[in-house]
Design a protein around this ligand. Structure first.
Ligand code: FAD
Length: 448
């Protein structure tokens, strides 16, 4: 029978292997550890959790990652099942006893009659066959070079430089306004691409003081800083001079504040639309190594963002990922070599759970293709669908940065301008998602 090859036995590769083997397709999993180490992994186990031991919130009614847990459990899979079996008490979070968890995933995959594991590093793109690349944020350098050669240097990143992302409906538009600099842009879409937050001189000086004083994180050993070209952290810019930001990302030129047309802003913080839905905006040029707590208090000083809630905070990390919106089709296949799928963090999702989720979908998509069918599109109203839609088309390709699952990726549950309390809205998102996900799983069974 046809065999599925998977490179990388992390969160995504382990789940993809399990999904395919459970569906009757033989799998070879290629894993470079323990022969080749990374700076973050400590063991030779598959599905090692490299940092925190948490799958984050397990609340499937009020939290998007909790919803993703729910959907993965409904679909059945090795990562959630084994995490549940090695759960540690942690309130509303799903904390995992990491070593027994990874050892159990490894043992179950090794014991599966349809799975074989080759402990080897793959350094070239395969020419033929059925493949999934799930090599994660620390992809081996040989394979990373081969991917860059195929996709183009600009389509593979080695660091993420994440600017904070804000939920649009928490921006105070009585203070901020929409306008692109020098009114560039012809279409409604282009004109609503930017939101501006004005600062007067006192506000700017206080903001710089706060940036300089904020607590920051350093790089881990081995995580060499190669980021200094073009994506300096804002606090480093501020250290270079108090005016640097005002002549950089916070320059106030080409903009007129309709709330206060006679007074020229001293500095302007710009946000740029981050997804096609217009529910998320990123703060332009605001990549940072400030600690999360510090980011929240410093960004709350920006007029218009005083009550902002963040889909994700900023960061700079070692992270290998491809520009999925341009490179992948909606079946997660590399457009230029469709016998290769990508899954996991290398596709531009972020986190253990999101990576495993994309492994689950890639495994099922590969099986469908190998058995002569195609899965129907995953509804964007589900957490699974919101994620895959974001990476394969919904995200802005030019500013593509890794993303956690969050409700900003879902089509809104209520019309723009409509008001409902947060709890009510979140429950509406998760109810809709659960119904649509169950339908999709049923549809799939009916199609088989
Ligand atoms: P991985 O789990 O990394 O699996 C990829 C596998 O591929 C690895 O086993 C690797 O050895 C193997 N591999 C790589 N290249 C090759 C090759 N050429 N040939 C063969 N095998 C290869 N996420 C969280 O949710 N919480 C956190 O606290 C967190 N902290 C992190 C801290 C650090 C320092 C890093 C780097 C990442 C962190 N992440 C965290 C992200 C998390 O690691 C990923 O989301 C998740 O592990 C990605 O799953 P994956 O399967 O895509 O990649």
């Amino acid at each position: 029978a046809d065999r599925l090859h998977i490179i990388g036995g992390g969160m995504a590769g382990s789940e993809a292997a399990w999904q395919a083997a459970q569906a009757g397709v033989p799998v070879t999993l290629h894993e470079m550890r323990p022969k080749v180490a990374t700076f973050a992994h400590r063991t030779g186990s598959l599905a090692e959790m490299v940092c925190s031991n948490s799958f984050r919130s397990d609340d499937s009614e009020q939290n998007a990652v909790g919803l993703l847990h729910w959907e993965m459990r409904a679909a059945g899979g090795i990562i959630m099942e084994t995490a549940d079996a090695h759960r540690l008490p942690a309130g509303g979070a799903l904390a995992v006893d990491r070593d027994p968890f990874a050892e159990a995933v490894t043992a179950r995959l090794l014991a599966h009659p349809l799975i074989s594991i080759e402990y080897e590093e793959i350094t070239a793109l395969p020419d033929s066959g059925n493949w999934i690349i799930a090599t994660g944020p620390l992809t081996g350098s040989g394979l990373a070079q081969a991917i860059a050669a195929e996709a183009g240097q600009d389509s593979l990143a080695f660091f993420d430089a994440i600017a904070p992302i804000v939920h649009f409906d928490t921006i105070d538009m009585d203070t901020a306004w929409m306008q692109s600099r020098y009114d560039k842009g012809e279409t409604e879409e282009e004109r609503t691409a930017y939101i501006n937050c004005p600062m007067n001189r006192e506000q700017y000086e206080a903001f710089i003081d706060a940036l300089l004083a904020a607590e920051k994180t350093g790089f881990k050993p081995g995580e060499t800083a190669g980021y200094f070209d073009g994506c300096l952290p804002i606090e480093v810019m501020a250290e270079r001079g108090r005016e640097t930001l005002r002549f950089g990302p916070m320059k106030p030129v080409g903009l007129t504040n309709p709330h206060n047309p006679t007074e020229k802003a001293y500095a302007v913080v710009q946000l740029r639309r981050d997804n096609a839905l217009g529910t998320l905006y990123n703060i332009v040029g605001f990549q940072t190594k400030m600690k999360y707590g510090a980011q929240k208090s410093v960004f709350a000083m920006i007029p218009g963002l005083q009550d902002a809630s963040f889909a994700r905070l900023g960061g700079i990390h070692r992270n290998t990922f491809i520009n999925s919106p341009t490179l992948l089709d909606d079946q997660m296949r590399l457009k230029s070599k469709p016998h290769i799928r990508f899954a996991g963090q290398i596709t531009g999702v972020e986190g253990y759970v999101e990576s495993a989720a994309m492994g689950l979908l890639a495994g099922r998509m590969a099986v469908a293709e190998m058995t002569g069918t195609t899965l129907p599109p995953v509804p964007q109203t589900t957490a699974m669908g919101a994620l895959i839609h974001h990476i394969t088309g919904g995200a802005e390709a030019k500013t593509f940065q890794p993303m956690n699952v969050n409700f900003g990726l879902f089509p809104p549950v209520i019309a723009k301008g409509g008001r409902k309390g947060r709890q009510v809205r979140y429950k509406m998102y998760t109810d809709r998602a659960k119904a649509d996900w169950q339908d999709w799983l049923g549809l799939r069974e009916a199609a088989e």
